[in-house]
Write a protein that binds this ligand. Sequence first.
Ligand code: ADP
Ligand code: MG
Ligand code: MG
Length: 207
Amino acid sequence: MAAISTEQAGAWLADYAQVIGENAAMLTDLDRQTGDADHGSNMDRGMKAVAALDVSSFDSPGALLKKAGMTLVSNVGGASGPLYGTFFLRFAGALDDGPDDASGLLGALRAGLEGIEQRGKAERGDKTMIDALAPAVEAFETQSGAGTSAALTAAAKAAARGRDEATDLIARKGRASYLGERSKGKQDPGATSMTLLLESAARTLGS
Ligand code: ADP
Ligand code: MG
Ligand code: MG
């Protein structure tokens, strides 16, 4: 048994697909200001393909999340497809191999973060999705003794704070970095979609 069930993993993906659909125009609008106006449509295309997976055909949460990651890599062009794809692939592997408590979920989140950092060669402070995910993993770790639900709630709040703090940064990775100083004051689309992912996790993965 992993830290979450296959059904919970399926509920997380379904919730996130719905939230991405509802926020696609907003995400694309943010990307219009710092990039090429496709982040919402990229994520929406990918998550619609993920939401079409048959959850009952997977025999572990990791098997489902691994397929979700591969689906994102193959359906989403641009930076975010391989980055979110890598997140889910690495998360999936660590989850199935990890313990069945909050520490198992922490290990999966940390593996996902490390996957994004390696794949994108970016670090915290570069004004990317990492600026939401890294503080979320930290907050999850701090709160993990209080149980999965409390840790996920803290993680989602930390992600939102990280997203907001990144707005004042100058982008050093991705298309927004072409703007240099002019990226300052603009909210990062990937940090915004990553916050939505953690808020979705807090709604669906607490036990
Ligand atoms: P593209 O920039 O290729 O059009 P998207 O618009 O879908 O891709 O995604 C842009 C988001 O991807 C950015 O807002 C940023 O958060 C994230 N991103 C871009 N490059 C990197 C990177 N090297 N590492 C981590 N995240 C990145
Ligand atoms: Mg873009
Ligand atoms: Mg693009």
